[in-house]
Ligand binder design. Structure first.
Ligand code: FAD
Length: 367
């Protein structure tokens, strides 16, 4: 059987593209290939913070792309959940930045938020007591920033369910090779056989470079490991995500506890989880939210962020193969980028995009 579009990778990036393609054109035959429960995949390992403002320092095209994606979330989730029937926890309560975590850059951050008209407020001691009383006094002043958060595992579940409901063919098999003819990809080779297609989308997160290599393409992308954990804490202790110094805290709410992250390690496909590292994460987070010291550990895990050499996403049309597209390298903010990335990619695949964003284009690496 041949497909119009073969998406390789079953994380939030691959499934969001497949779901939106099928929604736009129900006649299209779309398939998603890949193991959806790969234990290292980023989509289920993330904290779900939607944080363009705390993450970006300059108003470049990446910042604008992420900001737009944050704005797209409410409508994107409303439509997604109405198709999938799988709810996704979404909060627009915002993020907090303790001044004690940013002693040298506090004024710079404030200036950036002001100059870009980013919703923010500086909270003094009284305001902190009123809005978030469980924070440590050592945090000093707090900056509230108007960002969001999702439960990314629910987002992934919802995207998979929506793809399936709309008739996307889901094949839980990894790709090990390709059949090519001159400058075209003809089929992806899997354990379950050859999957032929008209167009192929490489959306395999940290594994994209390995697959590109099979196509003789040198994709400058590597995994950046993050160790994380989740602690049991009642919902009332925290309403906001917190960005601290080398730590962040994300309340998953709905009785799901609090996620504490994360390391940034350049260690290839290393899957280890180190108790000492997890203890340090909790210690640092407890300096901000002291009740975490006594919270019981629910789980800890490792995930891999797909990082391109310049840390920008690689989204666009291949220069080498006429029917190949990339959407990878979403690095630390792929959950945030999901809605905008999906719109960008479906426009490109359907030949509707006016102009590729040069900063994200595969052409910057001659891919
Ligand atoms: C610890 C951590 C915390 C993070 N926190 C946040 C956050 O708070 N906010 C945010 O916006 N982002 C966050 N991110 C980043 C975000 O999770 C990623 O950018 C995003 O999930 C990337 O999605 P993806 O679908 O490209 O990759 P992945 O989710 O890694 O999916 C890749 C898919 O490719 C499949 N695959 C692998 N090999 C093959 C093969 N040979 N054939 C077919 N398929 C294959 C895998 O099985 C997997 O399904 C975090 C990431 C990590 C690791």
């Amino acid at each position: 059987m041949g497909f119009d579009i073969v998406v390789i990778g079953s994380g939030v990036i691959g499934h969001s593209i497949a779901y939106r393609l099928k929604q736009e054109d129900p006649q299209l035959q779309v398939t998603v290939l890949g193991d959806p429960v790969n234990s290292l995949q980023a989509s289920r390992a993330a904290a779900g913070m939607l944080a363009p403002f705390c993450e970006c320092k300059v108003a470049d095209p990446f910042f604008e792309f992420c900001r737009e994606s944050l704005n797209m979330f409410p409508e994107f989730l409303e439509k997604l959940t109405s198709v999938s029937g799988v709810p996704v926890y979404f909060s627009q309560a915002g993020s907090l930045m303790p001044s004690s975590s940013f002693p040298d850059t506090w004024d710079e951050r404030k200036h950036f938020f002001e100059s870009e008209s980013i919703p923010h407020e500086v909270w003094d001691e009284n305001r902190i007591k009123e809005k978030s009383p469980y924070l440590s006094k050592e945090c000093g002043e707090i900056m509230w920033v108007g960002e969001g958060q999702v439960n990314n595992r629910q987002l992934h579940d919802s995207l998979m369910a929506a793809s399936r409901k709309l008739g996307v063919h889901i094949l839980e098999a990894n790709v090990s090779g390709f059949i090519r003819k001159e400058s075209s990809v003809c089929a992806a080779v899997t354990d379950a056989g050859e999957i032929a297609g008209d167009k192929f989308v490489l959306a395999s997160g940290s594994w994209s470079a390995q697959l590109a290599k099979v196509l003789d393409v040198n994709l400058p992308l590597k995994p950046i490991k993050g160790q994380m954990c989740r602690l049991q804490l009642q919902d009332q202790f925290l309403d906001y995500t917190i960005h601290g110094m080398m730590t962040y805290i994300a309340p998953w709410k709905e009785g799901n506890g609090i996620v504490v992250g994360s390391t940034m390690e350049d260690r290839g496909f290393d899957s280890s989880i180190e108790d000492k590292v997890i203890d340090e994460l909790i210690e640092r987070a407890a300096e901000i939210l002291p009740c975490l010291k006594d919270a019981s550990l629910i789980e800890s895990w490792t995930g891999l962020r797909p990082a391109a050499e310049d840390l920008m996403p690689i989204m666009g049309r291949s220069g080498r193969y006429e029917n190949l597209f990339y959407s990878s390298g979403h690095y630390r903010n792929g959950i945030l980028q999901t809605p905008h990335q999906a719109e960008y990619m479906i426009s490109l695949i359907r030949d509707d995009l006016d102009k590729e964003t040069p900063e994200f284009s595969p052409s910057r690496y001659n891919l």
